[in-house]
Every structure is written in C-alpha cells, then in structure tokens.
Design a protein around this ligand. Structure first.
Ligand SMILES: Nc1ncnc2c1ncn2[C@@H]1O[C@H](COP(=O)(O)OP(=O)(O)OP(=O)(O)O)[C@@H](O)[C@H]1O
Length: 304
C-alpha cells in the first residue's frame, strides 16, 4: 500500500530525515515512535505530499507521490499535528464544512459522529472544546473520506486514558473496514496493542521497524512465568534448566521460570513432555517502554 525508499529531507543544516525506507502493507497498522525532532512529522508530511523530499521515492498503491501527487493523494487522508479549528463555528458546522469542500456524501457525517461519539459536542463552538475534544474532532475530519490509507500525526495527543481506549477501538474498527493506517505517537505503553508494527526513528534514521513482539524477541527480553505443578519434583527444575531457562525458583508446588522470551514456549513443552501436570500458569511481559529504552541505549552505545 505504501512504500518509502531512501527518503531524505534537510532543512538548512538540520537533517530531518536521513535515508529511511519502509513499507506498510494493505490493512496494516503501523506506529512511528521517536524522540521530539526525530523526523516523524517530516516523514508523514513527505508521504502526504506537503514536504518535497531531497532524495528518495514514495509510492502509494504503486503511484509515485512526487511525480503524480494528485493521484497519490486520492488514496489518503491526513490528520496534521496542529489542527486549526474555526473558533466561531460549531462542531457540526465544521464537520459539514469539510464534507462539502471534499464533496462527500452526507452519510459520512453520520459515520464520523458515530465512530467518534461526537453527539454530545455537536452544538459546541470550537472555542469551547477541550484539547481532547479538538483532537476527536480532528480525527473525525481525517476519517471522513472513505479512502484506503490514513496518515495520522499524533492522534493520541491530548487524549485522556478513556480517549486512548476509544482510539484503540476506533483503530480496530478501521482495521475491520480494511484501512491501512500509519500514525505517530508518544504512547509507548500502549503501542504494542495499537499497532501491528512499530517503527522507531532517531535523528532521522529508522533504527527498528517490526512487530512489537518480534522486537522483544530480538532484543532478548526475559520473560517470567509462574507455574503450579501438582506433581512437582526436583527433576522438573533440572528439566527447565536443561531446556535453557536462565533461572528457576521452586517453592513447594510452584515454580518461577526466567528465560529469553523466545525460549519460554519450548521450556513449557519440555515440562509437559516430562509429565509435569501444570495446574496454573501466569506470565509477566515487559511493556514496550522498556523495549524502547533498550533500543535507545543500543543506538546511543553504537554511536559513541
Ligand atoms: N519546516 C521546517 N523548517 C525547519 N526545520 C524543520 C522544519 N520541519 C521540521 N524541521 C526540523 O526537522 C527536525 C525533525 O522534525 P519533525 O517535526 O519531523 O520531528 P518529530 O519527530 O515529528 O518531532 P515531534 O515528536 O516533536 O513532533 C527537527 O529538528 C525540526 O526542528
């Protein structure tokens, strides 16, 4: 659906985007993360044709964004980071305004009111809206055209925890409709639930681009499993260690196993093969924030 190849953009002395390449497949949801100023917005603005790259190519549905911007833009809708609302218009008037200038059917107004749950604020003036509601209205306007690709710059900005939950369910509805979504966010803890893949940008470079769980595996994240085995014996401790566990603690019929995430499933299978009767099973996994910190440390370690 979207292919970005060796994208470079410089503003004077600042290299905003430094040769990044990635693809977003049809119906995939991808989140771009990275510190302030790492090039996320510039990347999105280049994709939607608002920034002319110095080098590189961008294709949407096989159409070259630089050569055929009008045709390429027909496939997408964009939520910019800063939304200017018409302060003296009501929410419903703003939605209607955007519907008319885009020549969309009236049903799309009903659709966005329903999707963003805007009923309660339709008659409020834009000047009266809270930051979170301005954001909801912005998202509503962005998803109003029925296009296959949605590019959203910080859609989760100003949303409270409930707003983030609603955004999560909105993303899954949009995914259900077959949309492809690329968005930027600073929500590290939620990102693995929000996106199929995560791209991490640092100083204009893409240092990671894959599924959150693959990243955890790659970075050799330890996972911890708590088991209760009704027929527990010391032998099971040896089985777990032989199967590659990093640490095992046994207490009566319970056991806590620490292992690389990638090895954990094999360890549990070995236990089952050796006759362990597993009565209870609980896992604790790392939040993406820890993965992000590790990626940053590795990046800065390599750079120094
Ligand atoms: N129009 C512009 N003129 C000059 N410099 C710019 C312009 N747009 C972006 N930059 C610079 O390019 C770099 C990347 O900015 P960009 O907005 O793409 O980062 P970002 O990752 O989206 O940051 P944030 O998380 O704060 O939104 C920054 O150093 C920024 O100051």
């Amino acid at each position: 659906m979207l292919a970005v190849k060796n994208l470079k953009k410089r503003f004077g002395d600042v290299i905003a985007v430094d040769g990044i390449s990635f693809s977003v497949l049809e119906n995939e949801t991808v989140a771009l993360l990275g510190p302030n100023g790492s090039g996320k917005t510039t990347t999105l603005r280049a994709i939607v044709g608002l920034v002319l790259p110095d080098e590189g190519e961008i294709y949407i549905n096989g159409v070259d964004v630089i050569r055929e911007p009008k045709k390429a833009k027909g496939f997408l809708s964009f939520l910019p980071q800063r939304i200017n609302m018409y302060e003296n218009l009501k929410v419903i008037e703003i939605i209607e305004f955007f519907r008319k200038i885009r020549n969309l059917p009236v049903q799309r107004v009903e659709y966005v009111i329903e999707m963003l749950n805007l009923k309660d604020i339709l008659n409020k003036y834009a000047s009266e809206l809270s930051g979170g509601n301005v954001q909801r209205l912005g998202i509503a306007i962005a998803i109003m055209p029925d296009v296959p690709l949605l590019i959203l710059d910080e859609p989760t900005l100003s949303l409270d925890p409930e707003g983030v939950m609603r955004f999560k369910s909105l993303l899954s509805s949009l995914k259900g409709e077959g949309k492809t979504i690329l968005f930027t966010t600073h929500l590290l803890n939620e990102v693995d639930e929000l996106a199929d893949k995560v791209g991490v940008l640092v100083s204009g470079r893409l240092i990671a681009f894959e599924g959150a769980s693959e990243l955890k595996k790659k970075l050799k994240f330890e996972s911890k499993v708590y088991l209760v085995i009704s027929n527990m014996t010391d032998r099971f401790v040896d089985v777990v260690l032989d199967a590659g566990a990093l640490d095992v603690k046994r207490n009566g019929t319970s056991m806590i196993i620490k292992a690389d995430s990638k090895d954990m499933l094999d360890i549990i299978f070995k236990l089952k093969e050796c006759g362990a009767k597993i009565e209870n099973f609980q896992t604790s996994s790392q939040s993406f924030e820890v993965v992000y910190q590790k990626l940053m440390e590795e990046y800065h370690g390599k750079k120094d």
